[in-house]
Structures are given as C-alpha cells and as structure tokens.
Design a protein around this ligand. Structure first.
Ligand code: BGC
Length: 445
C-alpha cells in the first residue's frame, strides 16, 4: 500500500502566521540571545550555563482544559521526576487546534521572545513558518544521540525535515477522520452506525424522526467545520485525489470537490441548532450524553471521553472511520522543537529527550487519546481504540490534515477555513468552489 504524506518542501517565506504578527522584513533580534552560535544539524549541543541562570523550561501549547491538559501534565510529572532541579513553566493558551495559541506564538516569535519549546504540527505548519524563517535549530544531533532515526517512521521524520535537517520531535499521532457515536443511542434505536454517506443520511432521518440530533457540531471555533469538511472531502474523492489537491495534480474545481460540498451542505441539515455556540468539547459532550448520535472529531475526543468523562469504549461510545474513509488515516502529529535564541536551551533539550522517549510517549498518549509517534511503544498500556489506531496507522493509506496544519501552508489553511465558515452559513456551492480555486492559486505553490 502506498504510504505517502505529501509535504511540499517549497517554503512560503512569510506565511500567514508571520504576516499576522507583522513579519515583512528581517526577523527581529531576540531580546535574550541565549545561543547565537547555533550548532549545525550534525553537531553536538554546546554545553555551559543557561543564559537566564535559572534551570527552567517553558512549554508553550494549547493543551489546557478538558480533554487537552492531562497528557501534558503526565509528561511534565515524568520530566520533573527525572529532573527535579528544572522548573517547568506550563504556558498553555486555551483554544482548540491552537485557535488563540498560534497568534500568541506568532507575536512572541516575531517579538524576539520565543518560548523554550512550542507545540506545532508536523508538515507545512512547521516547515513553511518557523523553519522557513530560520527560527529553529536543527535537531539531527538529538536524533543521532537518542537513536530516534531508528524508532520514528521515516515518513514522519520527512514531515519535520527540510534539506536533510530535522526540526522537531513528534510526541504523538492523532487520527482526524474518526466518527464517534453514542453506542446506547444506536442500540436502543436498532440502528447500525453508518459507514457510507447513503447510510448516514438514512440513519440521520431515522434519528431525526425520534427527536435525536444525528450529528454534533461545535463550530464556535471555525476549525471544527473544516475538520468535518475535510473528512467528507476525503470520503467523497478518496485518498489519491485528496492528496492530489495539494500537489497541483487535482484541481479544486474538480467535480469531486463540488460533490463534497453538496454532501457537506446536506449533512449540515442534521446538526444541532446551537452549533455556532459550542466548542469541540461541548459538541463531543452531546454525544457523550446521548443528546446527539455522532460526531466527527480527531481522537483527542477519545481522550476526552475516557480521561475526562470516564466513559468506556465499546460500551458508552463506539467509533469507526468517518464515512467512506475506511483504509485511510488522516494524520495529525503534535511536535515540539528548539527555537533559536531561547533562554533555557540545555533544559529544553532535556525536555525534548523525555518527550521523544518511549517512556514519555507511553505516559502522554494513553491520556491524550493519540498513539505514540515511536514504533516501539508498550502496546499493553493502550486501550482497544488505540490498538486499532496503531494497526491502521501502520497499514492504511495516509493523508495529511488541512485543519491541523500538515497538508498545506497556514496561508491556505486560513483561507479555506474562511471559505468553509462562510459556506456553513450560505450553502453557496458555486461561490465556495470559486473561493477555493482562488485560495489554491494564491497559496498552493
Ligand atoms: C491538536 C491536538 C488537540 C486538538 C484540539 C489539534 O490541532 O493536534 O493535540 O487536542 O487540536 O485542540
């Protein structure tokens, strides 16, 4: 089976995030230049005292609150046990998929005040922004000393690499194209969870007739509508054409894109009326409580169900690939790197070592809902959902997520988010196709 995640290495020098922060000329000089003589990819880290004097590491992410915080807290606890002398500053900024964190990060990076390490998705979100702007140190030395080239899948390392240098460490793999459902709602109504779009619409009618919301959506943060749309798009056009949309071999006015928009529009008739007032957790909660039957979400929702809501897989909730996407795995990977000019370089390297270790990944991922990025995990630590996800990750066709930064530049992701947000309100397919073609023309080089 072909397993390629397309990541164009053609970098857009000043991508949308940097633009948002006023990037336009040379990167500004960090306030505290902790290590101006950065090592090249193959050199060992320089030793010496930390620029700031204190032993600290500031970890910047958007993992705060329900369904998000527990994994990071587990990782920090493990790190602190190993390094009691290093203080961890957990600088998480709330908002799903980095809704607010990305803007804060952009302003800190361009203001010369980088966090010691920060969450960034593997793929274009890392490569087109901070790597392209020369703000990150290559981590080849760490991959060599820790033996990571042997334990991280090659395709994943490629998603974090440019010109032979690797720029971040992946802590996990999330799957985007998952349909979660309330098992009791299906059982009590004698319904079978749908695997195709036709089945979805039949089941949705039956549920609606019984007064149950068929599909939960919470697009108060607009990325969730794009998340649903990209899963529908994948289901309609299949992985090969989906990947082709990002390398220019398939046009955004392909009839399949139009059909995906039509299908998505029809699907929106079956979502909760208050979708615009809810975030992803609120939407997942509708499924957890049996007020809605299904939800398409990344498997951080599984972490939310099991770690925060104490629900049981295959008892309270079930799962399946979203409609028509069996055999394909929509890849999302959270990674952390080493920005140039940070104050606590050595402590940060120690943190990255724990984050990339087998032990670190086996603490973080069972809580977070994701599977380890490493291939040598202790499988006994994972539940049935994750065991299945590990199997699918190693055998399925892989596709990159637009909503979570791997498929295309942040510039394109921002534009398509706007197109889909408008489309949810207007349902105007012609306009959406025209806008998608324009966005692709401007941003997909
Ligand atoms: C991240 C996940 C996170 C989710 C919701 C995604 O972009 O990759 O780690 O749980 O957003 O915030």
């Amino acid at each position: 089976m072909k397993r390629t995640v397309k990541v164009s290495l053609v970098a857009t020098l000043c991508a949308a995030l940097l633009l948002a922060a006023g990037c336009g000329g040379a990167p500004s000089q960090p306030a505290n230049q902790g290590g101006s003589n950065q090592p090249s990819g193959s050199q060992s880290p320089v030793s010496g005292s930390e620029a700031g004097g204190e032993k600290q590491v500031e970890i910047f992410s958007w993992w705060t609150g329900a369904g998000e915080a527990a994994g990071l807290e587990g990782l920090i606890k493990l790190f602190t046990e190993k390094h009691p002398d290093i203080e961890v500053i957990n600088a998480a900024v709330a908002g799903g998929a980095g809704t607010n964190a990305k803007a804060v990060l952009a302003s800190r990076m361009s203001g010369g005040n980088p966090p010691d390490t920060f969450q960034v998705h593997a793929g274009h979100e890392l490569l087109d922004t901070w790597v392209a702007a020369d703000k990150m140190e290559p981590l080849n030395f760490l991959y060599e000393s820790e033996g990571w080239y042997d334990v991280f899948p090659k395709q994943l390392v490629e998603m974090m690499s440019k010109d032979g240098n690797v720029y971040s460490v992946a802590v996990n793999i999330h799957r985007g194209n998952v349909m979660f459902y309330n098992k009791k709602v299906f059982d009590e109504n004698n319904l079978t969870p749908p695997t195709t779009f036709d089945e979805f619409f039949t089941v949705a009618e039956a549920l609606k007739a019984k007064g149950i919301t068929p599909l939960a959506l919470g697009d108060k943060e607009p990325w969730t509508a794009l998340h649903l749309f990209e899963s529908v798009l994948l289901g309609v056009i299949g992985p090969e054409k989906y990947n082709g949309l990002f390398d220019g071999s398939v046009s955004w006015d392909d009839p399949g894109v139009r059909e995906a928009l039509e299908t998505f529009k029809r699907m929106l008739q079956y979502v909760n009326d208050d979708h615009a007032a809810r975030n992803w957790q609120d939407a997942s909660q509708l499924v957890a409580q049996g007020k809605a039957a299904m939800n398409v979400m990344g498997d951080w929702a599984k972490g939310y169900f099991t770690t925060d809501l104490n629900l049981k897989g295959n008892v309270d909730f079930g799962w399946a690939p979203s409609w028509n996407t069996e055999g394909t795995f929509m890849v999302i990977s959270d990674t952390f790197g080493l920005p140039k000019g940070i104050q606590h370089r050595e402590a940060t390297i120690e943190f990255l070592k724990v984050l990339g270790s087998r032990e670190g990944q086996d603490v973080f991922n069972p809580l977070k809902g994701s599977i380890p990025a490493r291939t040598d995990a202790d499988v006994s630590k994972y539940d049935d959902y994750s065991k299945e996800a590990m199997q699918d990750w190693s055998t399925n066709e892989l596709t990159p997520s637009i909503a979570h930064g791997s498929a295309a530049s942040p510039g394109f992701s921002e534009k398509i988010t706007q197109v889909i947000t408008v489309f949810v309100t207007t349902g105007n397919v012609d306009q959406a196709v025209a806008d998608l073609v324009a966005a692709a023309g401007a941003e997909l080089k």
